[in-house]
Structure formats: C-alpha cells, structure tokens
Write a protein that binds this ligand. Structure first.
Ligand SMILES: Nc1nc2c(ncn2[C@@H]2O[C@H](COP(=O)(O)O[C@H]3[C@@H](O)[C@H](n4cnc5c(=O)[nH]c(N)nc54)O[C@@H]3COP(=O)(O)O)[C@@H](O)[C@H]2O)c(=O)[nH]1
Length: 957
C-alpha cells in the first residue's frame, strides 16, 4: 500500500456502531492511503457485501448478534470468497486465535487494544498475505494444470513404495484407469509380466535422455512398450519421482517394419535405385546389392550419377520407345515401366525391366524416384528363342512355313514396286521315306540338315531357304530380273542334293524333284505360289524324279480336278455311284477261268466312267479308301456267292486291298464280316496286296496277313517288281501268288530285261511254291511266251477286259459252252522243225522259202523285227535266219536280243553287206551261229540250215 495506491475499500462487519466509528477514526488517522470503510452490522449483510468482491479486506467482529464472525468466515470460505479477514474481538483468546487462522483469517485483533498503526499494519499484512496466497494458488493451479493437462502421460510416484501419487489424464487414458482407481496403484501394477526389454537403440528408436524402454500393460491387460523417463523431485517437502511415459509400441513396430523394408530392399534380387528428384539431373543416392550384382558397378561408382550411365555410349534404337515412356512418366509424376537394353560395367548388354515410382513429400512435391530393376535377359533370350522356333524349323534352323509366308508377302509387295520377278522352288527329296526308314531317323535327320545346309549355301543373301515339312524345302528367290534365272538355282539345287552324303561311315545317295512357280508380285494370294510350285514338283516326280518342272495353268486345272473329285468321291460312296467290274484270270494251260479280279468303277453323273487309277490314290490320300474298299469287298463276296450258285464254284475272287486298309485296326474283322455276311468260303477269296504295303508298320501288316491267311483266305502280291521292297520281306509274306506287273509283260517278248525279269520271277515264285500270274497279257504272243515260260495264270485284254457282273456270267457261260480260251498249243511239236525267216524285202523271203520248202520245214516269214519277236513268242522256232540291214535294227542286234529271250534258238545272219566289226562281235558274244552272205548258193544254204537244225537237236537235248 502506497500513496499512489487506489482507494482501499474495507468492509467492517460489526453489530456495534461505536466500534464502527472508532475503526473509522483509526483508519482516517493512520492510513497512509485513501480508504473507504463500508459498515454492515449483520451476518447476512456481511455475506452479501463480501459476495460483491469489492473489498480488499474485511474486518469481522467475533460476535454479530446471535451469529459468530468465525462462522461467517467459514461460510465465506465455503462460498470461495477469497477476501482476507481480520477477526475483531472484545477479548484475547488463544484458542479463538488459532481457530480464526485455521479458517483463513489473516489476523486477530482485540478491540480497544488496537491503535491506528496496528490496524493499518494488520490490514496491510492481511492484504499482502492474501495476495501471496492467491499468487501461490494461481501458480499451484498452473502447475497442476500443466501436469493434469499435459498431453504426455505422467505419473507422480513415491520412490520407496513405488505407490502412484498421481497420474495425469494422458496417463490415465493410456493405462485405462479412472482418477478414483489411482489410489493404491503401484508402478508394479502398470508393468507387464515380462516388463524388461534390452535397451532398444538397436531397434532404431532414439530414446530421450535417461529414457528406458519397458513393457507395460493397460488396465485391460493389453501390453505396450513405453519409454519411461524418471525424474526425482521434492514436492511439499515430499521426495517424489515424476515418470514421463511415452507409448512407443507403434514407433517400435514402425521401426521394425522399416528395418524389415530396408533388409528386404537390401536383399531383394531386383536392383533398386533411389534418385534425388530435388537435385539437378536426378543423381543416384542409393543402390542396393542386387544393383551392384546386376550392373557390376559398386554403390560408390553409381552415387551421384544419372541412371543413363547404364545405357552405354552408343545410341541404341531399341531403347527409344522405353526411354520415351520413362520421360513422359517422370514428367507426369506417374509410375512408369519400360524395358531397356542396359550395359554392365564390363560392356555386356542386359535387358532391364525397369519400374520407376515417384515419392512425394507432405506438400505433394516429388522428392525422390525409386527404380526397381529386373534383369530379364534370360527371359528375353528364351522369348527370342521361342520367337525363333515359332518362325523356324527346329531341326534345320531354316525358316518354316509361317516365316516363308511373311517373306513371300513382302517379296510380292517389293517386286510389284520395283518390277522384279519372284520365283518359288518347291524341292522334294525323292524316296526320302524309304531312306529314312532304312537308315534310321537319326541319320535321316542329319541328311535333312545337310540338304538344308547345301541349299542355303547356293542362294544369295536376300533369298530364303525354308523347310515346310519332312522332306520338302522351299527356295524363295524374290529378286530375279527374269523368271528363267530360277533355272540356274534349281539345277544347282538338284545337282547339290545329288552329291553323295557321308554320314556315320555310310555313303548315301539322294535325288530331288523340284517345281518352279513365278510371279511378278501381282498374285492375289502369295501362298498360291507354293501350291503351284508343289503341283509342278508333283509333275516332276511323275516325269521320273531327279528333275524339275515349271508350273503351268494346265497343272492347275488338273489339281482343281483332283480337288473336285476328292469332294465328289464321298457322294459317290454315299449314293452308290460305284460299281464293281470283274476281269477273268485264266489258267495258262487249260485256258479255263480260275479266278476273277474285282475292279472298282465310278460312274460319275457328269464326268462319265472314271478310272480307279484316278480316284483310288485320292481316296487313299483322304482315307475314303477305308469305306470304299470295304464296300468293294462286301460287294465282290456277294457277287461271287452268286457266281458259285450259277455253277462256277471253281472260280475264286481277287479283291485289291490298299495298304491303308491293311494298317487300319479292325481290318481282319472287316474281312470276316464280309465272308460271314455273304457266305463265301474263305478259300474262294483272295486279297491282292501290293508289295510296298509292308514298307510301313511291317510287323503289323505281316501279322494281319498271317491271320487272314489262317482264315483260309488267299493272298496275292500285286504289281510285283514295281515296289522297292526287299526280297527278304517277300519271304515273310504268307502269299499264295505273285502277280507280275504289266509293265514287265508289255515288252516281254522283245525286251531282254523284261524277259529276264519275268523268267526270273516265275522261277523264283515256283521255287517258293507260289503261283504266278502275268498281268497285262494283251496279245497271243504274250500269252504264248508266258505259257512257254511256265507262267500259271494270265490276265489281260487278250482274254477279257474288266466287265460288269452280268457280262462276266455270260463270258463264263460262253467258256463252258465251248468258246473257252483254248490253250494256244503250237501247231508243231517239239520234233517239228520250224524256221523263221526275217528280211525287210519280201522277194528275198519268197526266194528263200522256195529254196528251203523242199526240206520239209515249217517256215515262218516276216519283214518286221517286231513281228519276228511275236512269232518267236508264239511258236517253237528252232532256227532263225535274219537279214543284217533292216530299218528297225541290225540283224546282229536282233539276234542278240533273241539270244537273251530265246537262248535255245540257232541264229544265222544272211547279209549282202559285210560289217565285219558287228558280225565278229555278234559271233564272239555267241549271238549268231553262222554268217551267210547274199546272194546265196541254194544248195549251200540248204546244207547250212540242215546243220543248224542238227546243231539245235544236239544242244537242246
Ligand atoms: N485298292 C483298290 N484298288 C483298286 C480297286 N479297283 C481297282 N484298283 C486299282 O486301281 C488301279 C487301276 O485299275 P483298273 O483301271 O481297273 O485297271 C486294272 C485293269 O483294268 C488293268 N488291266 C487288266 N488287263 C490289262 C491289260 O491287258 N492291259 C492293260 N493296259 N491294263 C490291263 O490292270 C488293272 C488291274 O491291276 P491290278 O490290280 O494290279 O491287278 C489298279 O492298280 C487296281 O489295282 C479297288 O477296289 N481297291
């Protein structure tokens, strides 16, 4: 209180007015400051005045009428009235004094003993004390607020007992206790069973000074990891510990997770790079070990660099697209992935499947980029290999059909643009299957590889050699000035392929047939070129192989015809447009029909009668031969039963069986079904099988034939001599019969090779106990020759053509009624002497006949070599006299042939010219017996002829 202090308002609660006036005087006399003393004289008014809060101090009389000043003070305190009190009383009383101070009275004055100064000092003291008390209370409340409202959980703990004195709200919330539950709580209660943890700096959490980690539990038992910082302090003379508690459970989890992430990144097999987006040129600030391993660069070498250092120094076109994507992605701040060709430190390239992700700060700014590298070089090379395999033939490494197709299309575009010619060569190896089967597939493969290599070696860099299937190679020549240029290549190809191959110590010879098709690029469907070349190749095969042919529209039409036929054949089978014709096989000696061959015919509604030679191969290609063959078999069996019922029981039926039928499962059942359904005895059925039928699935076919044979059905080997089968296979076949192919019979009477083959086959067959049929017997001469050479059965136009069943019946009936094909017995017997005279001049023949007739010979004459062969085939000629100079061939050549075909004959040349060389050669070879000259001496020539007959007798008998 000073002079400058404002007016000091003092309340006097006193029931005695005199005391009021005394107090007023005392104040006015002694107070150094302006005071105003308000007086109330009752308890009630006193409380009311105090509640205004307007008074710096209140002087309260102990006695207020019936009320007590002490009660008033007590009442005021209860009403939170903080006004300092000075209790006034009429007499001194220590007890009262203590009581007043206890209640918060600042002083106790005894009325009448107090002077002005004492009063003023007491008032000042009361006010100061009140102010000090209030300031202390304010400060205490601040501290309490600070403790209670502190967001950090805090506890006050008694150090010895560890009893918790207090817990702030944050701590209560953390632990789940209410304020009331704190009483009696000890630190131990807050601890989990296993509350100690090692210092966790290794766990990546930064602890505060003095902080330790403990495992605590909440009221509900849930555990948590807390950091506890404990500080000792004394509060109100009481030593206490303040525990500052922080729940670090999630921090610890995060830290562990972070460490896990870090370890994952470190141990990731993908390379990981982090670049700083806030620095120029995005320098690398982190790389993991996998990066070092993939690239060969250490982290130190990579730090500070931009990732582009992995792209090598040369421009790489293959990266352009990927880099473009990355640039766009980075610009947008979006995730981006791209495959780049990067380079390792040692310069080796690798394929980097890169995934880049931006990292943002809280303001949405990109701070870093994380790149994840995946070295996909192996996958790339596998993909590359796969792509290669998709477009290339695995065996030879040559382009396959699909790549060829691409190149052909491209070639067509280019040749149209630049006016060039494209040629496609279709090269097919001749008889490769046979070679493959006999050599084995391993060597077969080597052969194909070598063929591919040879073809590749002879083409130019822009050309393509492809392998489109087994033994089919294509050469695409996309850039020819003219079509004829293809000839050089095709001839070289055929020549190269024909050079011997030396494989595993074996020397293999191979030929190829080729077809050429060409275009100026305008062809609508480029692959049609392949079909055309294929057709041309097919024609080359027909021409005898080891040659080439050009495609022509004519082939195309033929091919179209074949395709159409193939489709119509099914209708033919379904709609019974097929019929069976029969051709007799006659006994060579008796002329009797012993057997008939069933031959299918197709009566096409538009095309007329179609030969089986045209549609059977097609049916074999499509598999339709199964249904077709089965139908023929059933029909033939039925017809044969019909024939038997008409009295021709000695007659059996031959049915052709395709190799495809033989290999088909259930064929035996098909045969038994046909026999059972028709009632034909098995021995009346003969199946004709071509020798090549056993080339594929040999064991299966041979077993099938054995089973069929066991049924009683006969087996004939058809077209004998035309297949490539070995004789060792033949002996495995359970055959009854061999049919010599008609190609050997056609010239058998004049071609020494055919004659030798025919004689050889007959002899071999008889030694094997087989019967022999000659097919294609077209003339009497054929028949006579074959008879003479002991052929058993004859089949051919000389006797009958294939005919419908009704005609067959008629034919057989005619035979029975005497018109049978009587055996052509030669008019002269073995003893008869038959002389054949051959000269292209009729008058010579007449003159000779006149001279020799008188010696009783049967004289046959002819001016033609061809007819001479026929006469020789048909008659038992012993001596032949031939002119030397004839238009068809020389006499010595003719007699040389005769010697091969009829070695028993005695052969004489009668010539007006002396070509010494050929005559001496013929004599030396034994082809001629005598050389006589024109003009002749009648007597002399008669003697020579007689001697010739004698010579014949002597040598033949
Ligand atoms: N798998 C089947 N093949 C069959 C069937 N029917 C016939 N064929 C085969 O078709 C080929 C052609 O037969 P085709 O046109 O009927 O010719 C046969 C005869 O007509 C013919 N032949 C008979 N004699 C002569 C003759 O003196 N000269 C001559 N130029 N041709 C003649 O020969 C064919 C019979 O040959 P083959 O069967 O080898 O005994 C032919 O290969 C038939 O096999 C069938 O139903 N299924």
């Amino acid at each position: 209180m000073t002079e400058n202090d404002p007016l000091l308002r003092i309340l006097l609660i006193e029931d005695d007015e005199d005391d009021y006036l005394i107090t007023l005087d005392l104040l006015q006399d002694s107070s150094p400051v302006s005071t105003r003393l308000d007086w109330v004289d009752s308890y009630r008014e006193g409380i009311a005045a105090l509640e205004t809060g307007d008074y710096a101090v209140a002087l309260v009389d102990l006695r207020l009428g019936p009320d007590s000043g002490i009660e008033l003070i007590q009442q005021a305190r209860e009403r939170n009235i903080t006004t300092p009190f000075i209790l006034l009383t009429g007499q001194g009383d220590d007890e009262l004094d203590v009581r007043a101070v206890e209640l918060g009275a600042a002083d106790y004055l005894v009325k009448g003993t107090v002077d002005g100064h004492t009063l003023i000092r007491s008032i000042r003291y009361a006010i100061d004390r009140a102010m000090a008390t209030e300031s202390l209370a304010t400060s205490e409340s601040h501290y309490r607020l600070l403790f209670e409202n502190n967001p950090a959980p805090m506890c006050l703990m008694e150090p010895d007992s560890q009893a918790l004195v207090s817990m702030n709200e944050a701590a209560r919330v953390l632990y789940g206790y209410s304020n009331e539950e704190i009483t009696g709580l000890t630190l131990n209660r807050l601890r989990a069973a296993d509350h100690t943890l090692p210092r966790l700096s290794s766990e990546g959490i930064l602890l505060r000074e003095g902080g330790i980690l403990k495992r605590h539990q909440r009221r509900d038992g849930r555990e948590m990891v807390v950091e506890v910082v404990s500080t000792s302090m004394t509060i109100n003379h009481r030593p206490l510990k303040v525990l500052m508690i922080t729940d670090v459970t999630s921090q610890l989890d995060n830290s562990r997770q972070l460490r896990l992430f870090k370890r994952s990144i470190e141990s990731s097999s993908n390379g990981i790079i982090i670049t700083d987006a806030r620095q120029d040129d995005l320098p690398i600030i982190y790389v993991n070990r996998a990066f070092e391993k993939i690239t060969g660069y250490s982290a130190d070498e990579a730090f500070g660099k931009n990732c582009r250092f992995l792209q090598g120094s040369d421009f790489d076109l293959s990266n352009e697209q990927g880099l473009g994507e990355i640039r766009r992605g980075l610009k947008k701040g979006a995730d981006v992935s791209a495959v780049l060709r990067n380079y390792r430190k040692d310069g080796a390239p690798f394929w980097n499947d890169l995934y880049i992700s931006p990292m943002f700060d809280d303001d949405g700014e990109i701070t870093h980029f994380i790149g994840v590298q995946n070295d996909i070089s192996e996958r790339k090379s596998a993909e590359h290999e796969l792509a290669f395999n998709i477009s290339h033939d695995v065996l030879t490494g040559l382009p396959n059909r699909s790549l060829l197709e691409d190149r052909l299309s491209q070639a067509c575009q280019l040749s149209r643009r630049y006016g060039r010619t494209i040629a496609l060569l279709f090269v097919d190896l001749d008889g490769f299957k046979l070679i493959n089967d006999s050599l084995g597939h391993r060597l077969g493969d080597q052969l194909l590889i070598e063929v591919g290599r040879r073809l590749n070696a002879l083409v130019r860099s822009g050309d393509t050699v492809a392998r489109i299937s087994g033994d089919e190679f294509i050469i695409l020549l996309p850039d020819l000035a003219q079509a004829e240029d293809a000839v050089i290549v095709v001839e070289s190809a055929i020549h190269e392929i024909a050079s011997p191959y030396h494989l595993d110590g074996e020397t293999v010879h191979l030929t190829a047939s080729a077809g050429i098709s060409t275009t100026d690029g305008s062809i609508e469907k480029p692959m049609a070129l392949l079909q055309q070349a294929d057709l041309a190749m097919y024609r080359a095969k027909q021409q005898g192989r080891n040659t080439y042919q050009w495609f022509s529209q004519e082939f195309n039409e033929e091919a179209s015809f074949r395709v159409a036929l193939r489709n119509e054949l099914q209708d033919a089978i379904d709609q019974e447009q097929l019929s069976v014709y029969y051709q007799p096989l006659v006994d060579a000696r008796s002329g009797q029909t012993r057997n008939v061959e069933a031959l299918v015919r197709w009566q096409h509604p538009v095309r007329g009668l179609i030969s089986p030679g045209d549609f059977v191969p097609l049916a074999e290609e499509t598999g339709q031969i199964i249904a077709l063959g089965e139908w023929v078999l059933r029909k033939a069996c039925r017809d044969m039963v019909h024939l038997h019922s008409r009295g021709f029981r000695h007659c059996s039926i031959s049915v052709n069986v395709s190799p495809i039928q033989l290999r088909k499962e259930g064929f035996i059942q098909t045969v038994t079904n046909a026999l059972r359904a028709s009632g034909l005895p098995p021995e009346s059925l003969e199946l004709e099988v071509v020798e090549s039928a056993i080339l594929l699935d040999t064991d299966l076919v041979i077993n099938t034939l054995h089973t069929i044979r066991e049924l009683g059905v006969h087996i004939a080997i058809d077209d004998f001599g035309t297949g490539f089968s070995s004789l060792s296979y033949i002996k495995l076949l359970p055959a009854n019969k061999i049919k010599i192919d008609r190609s050997f019979i056609r010239d058998v009477i004049e071609n020494r090779s055919d004659a030798a083959i025919t004689q050889g086959v007959i002899s071999m067959a008889h030694h094997l106990g087989l019967e022999v049929v000659a097919e294609g017997v077209e003339t009497e001469a054929h028949a006579a020759y074959l008879r003479k050479n002991h052929c058993d059965l004859l089949q051919g136009f000389a006797f009958a053509r294939p005919m419908p069943f009704d005609d067959l019946l008629m034919f057989l009936n005619n035979q029975v009624s005497g018109n049978r094909l009587a055996p052509r017995t030669d008019a002269n017997s073995d003893q008869d002497r038959t002389l054949l005279l051959l000269d292209d001049e009729e008058n010579i023949l007449r003159a000779l006949t006149r001279v020799l007739r008188r010696d009783g010979y049967r004289i046959l004459t002819t001016t033609s070599v061809k007819e001479a062969f026929s006469l020789l085939a048909a008659h038992q000629v012993q001596v032949i006299v031939s002119d030397q100079r004839m238009p068809e061939m020389s006499g010595t050549d003719f007699l040389s042939e005769v010697k091969a075909i009829h070695p028993e004959t005695v052969r004489i040349v009668l010539s007006g010219y002396t070509d010494l060389k050929s005559v001496t050669d013929a004599i030396n070879e034994g082809a001629i017996y005598r050389f006589l000259t024109k003009p002749w001496d009648d007597q002399q020539i008669r003697e020579h002829i007689q001697q010739a007959f004698l010579y014949y007798r002597a040598t033949v008998s």
